[in-house]
Design a protein around this ligand. Structure first.
Ligand code: UD1
Ligand code: CA
Length: 445
């Protein structure tokens, strides 16, 4: 009986030097989520026994991101074959399928992974490799067929003869290998090649020498199997992901007036009949309920917006902004860690940070919550129905009661009781004709 248990190994220990980055390549992001997390999400849908991520010694951050999945350390980056070797102790005793994936090819779909596994079982092959045909195969390992059209071996770009360079079915880097044979094949790898590395891609030739069958599984989606080696390739896959996220938003019933200009994060949630105007940015963790309009040039991250609210244009919702039903946040308004109650309005040029604003509150133009004293953040609480006049400065910690009215231009430093009028303002001083006599004096001189 065939053993169909599955373990997955993801290779992520490479330096990624072509990215020219201090950060490990697999932690670069698409739509606000690390490359490796995209791949792990798809891999999880196959219900593997284990996912083992191969990391370099200095990649604590990668090991943290992939938790609760296990990671192993490849002490020196000596090639993809050596990387898989580092996972062997974690695979001890496993005789089922081992799916090997590259951490820098983040968009591989789970059904393609399944096709690759199925390909190995089709004819009881020892391994299967996922290939794709490219117009420009430069840089990739080429799949070299034998005279029966079966896979004879894989040759890396730097080791290609001129003839081999013409082959255009390439190795995507994803393999499914018989777990019972993996170790003995890895033990046969050497590093007699142009890069002096242990290539995992030498396995098909080793299998062929043992007369074990190998299979090629073909993908027809270049973007799905694309690897990221450079910033330009990262940008290309970002555009692929953004296209899909826009499509998803529209499929779920949101109107995007100019889809191409809206940037989504992987986890953006939009309700039905949400309208998004052009040039809106959604950072991670944004949830928008039904019937919300988000006007042009707004920037949102880690915030939630309840039904029927109206946001922007030019609004900035920062982490912890919690906008209530039917509330309005207008132009050049910044909201951070603040609950804005039902039907409340902050329509122009204001900052609300660390606040709790009740229902039906009106906050006038140019109101500032002074939440920071240089050391600590303090809270501003405003009761239902309060009216805050324009250009009010609220020095937190502050409390303004329900229905209180703060006169325009006030500086609030004391508690304003419910229903109170609160004014801090100099009495006007008016001297009639003062300017004329002042000017006359000056011109005489
Ligand atoms: C690799 C394949 C190539 C294939 C291409 C597809 C080999 C030898 N070559 O080339 O046939 O066409 O992917 O994109 O396998 N890694 C380690 N440890 C190492 C080296 C690499 O963990 O010592 C990891 C990297 O982090 C990366 C992955 O393996 O996630 C691929 O390594 P990379 O150097 O990008 O291989 P390519 O040159 O792209
Ligand atoms: Ca690569």
């Amino acid at each position: 009986m065939t053993d169909t248990s599955l373990n997955i190994v993801i290779l992520a220990a490479g330096k990624g030097s072509r990215m020219k980055s201090q950060k490990p390549k697999v932690l670069h992001e698409l739509a606000g989520r690390p490359l490796i997390s995209w791949l792990i999400e798809s891999a999880m849908q196959l219900n593997p026994e284990k996912i083992i991520v191969v990391t370099a010694p200095d990649m604590d951050d990668v090991r943290e991101v992939v938790k609760p999945h296990s990671s192993v350390i490849q002490h020196k980056a000596q090639g993809t074959g050596d990387a898989v070797k580092a996972a062997l102790p974690a695979l001890e005793g496993h005789k089922g399928d081992v799916l090997i994936l590259l951490g820098d090819a983040p968009l591989l779909a789970h059904d393609t992974m399944q096709d690759l596994i199925d390909a190995r079982h089709l004819d009881n092959a020892g391994l299967s490799v996922l290939g794709v045909e490219l117009d420009d195969p430069y840089g990739y390992g080429r799949l070299v067929p034998d005279k029966h059209g079966k896979l004879a071996r894989i040759v890396e770009q730097k080791d290609c003869t001129e003839e081999e360079e013409e082959l255009n079915v390439i190795n995507t880097g994803a393999f499914c290998v018989d777990g019972a044979r993996l170790k003995s094949w890895l033990d046969q790898l050497d590093c007699n090649n142009a890069q002096g590395e242990y290539y995992f891609t030498d396995l098909p030739a080793i299998a062929a020498a043992e007369k074990v069958k190998t299979e090629i599984c073909i993908s027809y989606d270049e973007d799905e199997v694309a690897g990221i080696n450079s910033r330009a390739q990262l940008a290309h896959l970002e555009s692929v992901v953004q296209h899909a996220l826009r499509q998803r938003a529209m499929d779920n019933g949101a109107t995007l007036l100019s889809p191409e200009s809206v940037y989504f994060s992987w986890d953006t949630e939009l309700g039905q009949d949400v309208v998004v105007e052009p040039n809106v940015f959604f950072g991670p963790k944004v949830k928008v309920a039904n019937n919300v309009r988000i006007k042009a040039f707004s920037h949102l991250e880690d915030c939630q917006i309840a039904e029927g609210a109206d946001i922007g244009p030019y609004a900035r919702l920062r982490p912890g902004a919690d906008i209530g039903e039917g509330a309005r946040i207008g132009n050049f308004v910044e909201v951070k860690k603040t609950r804005v109650g039902k039907g409340s309005k902050i329509n122009h040029l204001s900052y609300a940070g660390d606040g709790e604003i009740g229902d039906g509150v009106n906050i006038g133009a140019g109101t500032i919550f002074c939440n920071y004293d240089g050391y600590d953040k303090h809270t501003t609480i405003i009761g239902d129905g309060a009216f805050i006049g324009s250009n009010t400065t609220i020095v937190a910690p502050a409390k303004i009661g329900a229905n209180a009215l703060i006169a325009a231009g006030s500086v609030v430093t004391k508690e304003a009781p419910n229903d109170a009028l609160y004014v801090t303002r100099m009495k006007p001083m008016i001297k009639e004709g003062w300017v004329t006599s002042f000017q006359a004096k000056k011109t005489k001189k």
